[in-house]
Design a protein around this ligand. Structure first.
Ligand SMILES: C[S@@+](CC[C@H](N)C(=O)[O-])C[C@H]1O[C@@H](n2cnc3c(N)ncnc32)[C@H](O)[C@@H]1O
Length: 403
């Protein structure tokens, strides 16, 4: 885990900015669409809610373990749907590829993933006996988490459990802890104004229950002396702030890959046939997405999150010049330029979800303060600084009043 792949060391540098902390500065020109780097996570986990809704993925790399047809049938709750062009679905025979842990039945996309999981953490976390006290405590911790954090989830307690198990199984605990310490993790913003939203008064008792349960887990089953500090009152708040500030969402989907492959289908020769075939398939795809939206809402991907060492050095901008993609439909993250990036320009991504990006300056800044503890001063926020301090909801309410 935690491998940085495909970078040319001289293409960018990690610098230090007085206000933002670490930042990545380009040392050459990147064209729009160009890959900047690819990286695998130090640790990742599927969201607990996602798992509950039966999104099946490889436990180690989040590769989807459904065919496109199974995926669509589940999301539409309609077992009669037939997906055409099965040649566009690389997962059409995925059932035959799935590897299961012989003890707990957890699913993996390959023997390699299963072995990596075993070597890293699964030997410790394998829940093979539901009556055992240890398995019950793990389930209790996960249930507590789900009560604190209804969907959409942002941070996952499974990451904490996995980090503990990785430390237990590691033969170099010091190195792993050093890697963890590099992520930005203070509980407050530098000017002491913002706290992470999970550390507000309203969550105090639930966060304490979680901390206590994890402390019991460590004392009774893990005995990781090096992790004890993270399970103290202050240490646990810092751990939650670390996860909140750095965690990167991961999304994979069998349907999305099938749709992408359909776009490159070999085209029939005659112009009229081309038009008819492509309009048929796009109408079919539109109808599928509409039905999914009606039945399952927008929650359509296999989702999780992870900590990435290099990606976590990328700062936010509401006018970012790069974006995160999952080009391999698993947890390998790609950072791709979304416009021309000049030499010496900071490479930035947008931390906000697609739908939050069009909110007012005030709403965007509020979300960034609650989740990442900073006041955004990007070019877009500065150029919109004369706008009123209203959330998008207040803005639309005012608009409606005016109408
Ligand atoms: C994922 S880290 C990014 C790298 C970070 N600068 C570091 O030193 O590790 C996220 C944190 O970086 C800082 N940050 C990111 N974008 C920023 C921005 N536009 N303005 C100020 N601080 C920012 C915030 O402290 C945020 O919680």
């Amino acid at each position: 885990m935690s491998t940085i792949i495909s970078i040319n060391e001289s293409d960018f540098i990690i610098a230090n900015d007085e206000i933002k902390g670490r930042q990545i500065i380009s040392k050459r020109i990147y064209q729009c669409g160009e890959l900047i780097f690819q990286e695998q996570p130090l640790v990742l986990a599927q969201f607990e809610w996602n798992k509950l809704y039966k999104y099946s993925t490889c436990e180690y790399c989040l590769y989807p373990l459904e065919s496109c047809e199974q995926n669509v049938r589940r999301l539409c709750q309609d077992s009669s749907i037939i997906i055409p062009h099965s040649e566009c679905d690389p997962n059409r025979n995925i059932d035959q590829q799935i590897v299961r842990c012989p003890k707990c039945n957890e699913m993996y996309c390959s023997t390699i993933c299963y072995q990596q999981a075993m070597n890293n953490y699964h030997l410790t976390l394998c829940q093979s006996n539901e009556n055992s006290k240890k398995d019950q405590l793990i389930r209790h911790i996960i249930d507590l988490w789900r009560n604190v954090h209804p969907p959409p989830e942002t941070t996952s307690i499974s990451l904490v459990l996995k980090l503990m198990a990785m430390l237990k199984q590691s033969n170099n605990r010091v190195l792993l802890l050093q890697e963890l310490q590099k992520f930005s993790q203070s509980v407050q913003s530098d000017n002491q104004q913002f706290y992470h939203k999970l550390l507000r008064k309203e969550f105090e008792s639930q966060v304490e229950q979680l901390r206590y349960a994890l402390e019991q887990f460590n004392e009774q089953y893990m005995e990781i002396v090096e992790f004890k500090w993270f399970l103290t009152l202050n240490g646990f708040r810092q751990l939650l702030a670390l996860l909140g500030r750095n965690q990167q969402g991961i999304g994979t989907s069998s349907l999305a890959i099938w749709v992408k492959n359909c776009e490159t289908l070999s085209i029939p020769q005659e112009a009229a046939a081309v038009a008819a075939a492509s309009s048929d398939i796009s109408q079919f795809i539109d109808a599928i997405y509409t039905k999914i939206d009606d039945v399952s809402g927008e929650f359509i991907d296999c989702e999780g999150s992870g900590l990435f060492k290099l990606q976590s050095c990328l700062n936010h901008s509401c006018d970012a010049n790069a974006e995160i993609q999952y080009q391999h439909n698993n947890s390998t993250l790609s950072v791709v330029a979304t416009r021309l990036i000049s030499n010496n320009e900071e490479i930035t991504i947008n931390y906000l979800s697609e739908c939050d990006r069009n909110r007012s300056r005030h709403s965007r800044q509020k979300l960034l303060q609650e989740n990442y503890l900073f006041l955004c001063q990007c070019n877009r926020c500065i150029s919109e600084s004369s706008e009123p301090d209203e959330t998008s909801e207040e803005e639309s309410e005012n608009d409606m009043d005016e109408d």
